[in-house]
Design a binder for this molecule. Structure first.
Ligand code: NAD
Ligand code: TYD
Length: 359
């Protein structure tokens, strides 16, 4: 394999999974290259997640560039400035509920933004050589829609997205695949199940519930709470992507999953019990906070991933059992109250101005 993996442009690196991935790569001794983090810093982008990386590697092996993936000239300049040989596209509008309230940004970033990145790579990678370059697109299992009990999503499962978010991701996946088939662009795609772990914006289920339990606020469960999600600890998602970058076959799609399926209500009950144990409360103490609220429109009933291809063909394996990942996550949110407060109050944007933009 002649893949370079030296100058890696990461889009959306200031978000939840992107920032975890940057931490992951700098901890991995097999990575010797540079990371160029390109992020527009929407509400979900928080450079505070990377202040340790900036301190240690900034200006040497880590570079931040504030940019919109939809800006062709800017992205093309960055490709040339840093001699990019690898692109990992994490940047996206990622929250289903926001996509229901206003789909436009999802179309612009997830579809048109991805299209723009593909165009830059198609036009500029002639010089790098197709065997050395790779465009990896990070996607979701939500593109497959909802799956019946006893069945699961395979890489060949037909796409049936049900929310504006998943429809926009499905569209971007199709474009990425088409650029390989049509122009020979070296691509790989991964479709991953629900992630959880440090730095997740507290509008998503697990951090929202942890923080509300800690503050004894209502725990809003949509519908009857029996929707099933498959949970993967974010570090395992990062190791899967790194595996695909190193060993994945060009043109292929790989499913990534936690093989930890739970109904939402089961998960919320587990969180209540774990936090009750930590706080020395009665097992059921926090369950009184659970309230069933109006269901999300088009709410997918069940996601379940089959990730045998990644395991068998590339030798990947999850490292975290669900219980361990949850313990880590509860500890992280309990110990990082400052981060949480700054995110919830909007203070993290001021942090950015003081610590970054003023330099
Ligand atoms: P996130 O919302 O936490 O982060 C997204 C990042 O992208 C933010 O830093 C944001 O500022 C940046 N961004 C948004 N629009 C941009 C634009 N136009 N140009 C440049 N940067 C922009 O999302 P996440 O949870 O970290 O998800 C990352 C990727 O993984 C997404 O593509 C998402 O679809 C996919 N994914 C997420 C999950 C999950 O459970 N979170 C599961 C499977 C796949
Ligand atoms: P979420 O974290 O938004 O991820 P996704 O929609 O991408 O799966 O939601 C996970 C599940 O939790 C989903 O079935 C919706 C449900 N949910 C609630 O019941 N209450 C909430 O407050 C949130 C945010 C989600």
């Amino acid at each position: 394999m002649k893949r370079k993996l030296e100058n890696i442009l990461i889009t959306g690196g200031a978000g939840f999974i992107g920032s975890n991935f940057i931490h992951y790569l700098f901890k991995d001794n097999s990575f010797k290259g540079k990371i160029i983090n390109v992020d527009k810093l929407t509400y979900a982008g928080n450079l505070e997640n990377l202040q340790d990386i900036e301190k240690i590697h900034g200006g040497k092996r880590y570079f931040f560039e504030k940019a919109d993936i939809g800006d062709f000239d800017r992205i093309a300049d960055l490709f040339q400035k840093y001699e990019i040989d690898t692109l990992i596209n994490f940047a996206a509008e990622s929250h289903v509920d926001r996509s229901i309230l206003g789909p436009k940004d999802f179309i612009e970033t997830n579809i048109i933004g991805t299209f723009n990145l593909l165009e830059v790579a198609r036009k500029l990678w002639g010089e790098v050589g197709k065997e050395e370059a790779l465009f990896h697109h990070v996607s979701t299992d939500e593109v497959y829609g909802s799956v019946k009990d006893g069945d699961c999503f395979y890489e060949y499962t037909a796409y049936q997205p049900n929310s504006p978010y998943s429809a926009s991701k499905a569209s971007s996946d199709h474009l990425v695949r088409a650029y390989n088939k049509t122009y020979g662009l070296p691509i790989t795609i991964s479709n991953c199940s629900n992630n959880y772990g440090p730095y997740q914006f507290p509008e998503k289920l697990i951090p929202l519930m942890i923080l509300n339990i800690l503050e004894e606020k209502p725990l809003p469960v949509y519908g009857d709470g029996k929707n099933v999600r498959d949970w993967l600890y974010v570090e395992d998602h990062c190791s899967a992507i790194w595996h695909i970058l190193k060993y994945g076959k060009v043109g292929e799609t790989y499913n990534i999953g936690g093989e930890s399926e739970l109904e939402n209500i089961e998960l919320v009950n587990i969180l209540c019990e774990l936090i009750a144990q930590i706080k020395g409360r009665d097992k059921d103490y926090y369950k009184k906070l659970i309230c069933f609220v109006t269901d999300r429109p088009g709410h997918d009933r069940r996601y379940a991933i089959n990730c045998d291809k990644l395991k068998k063909e590339l030798g990947w394996q999850q490292s975290y059992k669900f219980e361990n990942g949850l313990d880590e996550t509860i500890s992280w949110y309990s110990e990082n109250k400052g981060w949480v407060d700054r995110v919830k109050s909007g203070e993290y944007k001021k942090w950015l101005v003081i610590n970054y933009e003023s330099r």
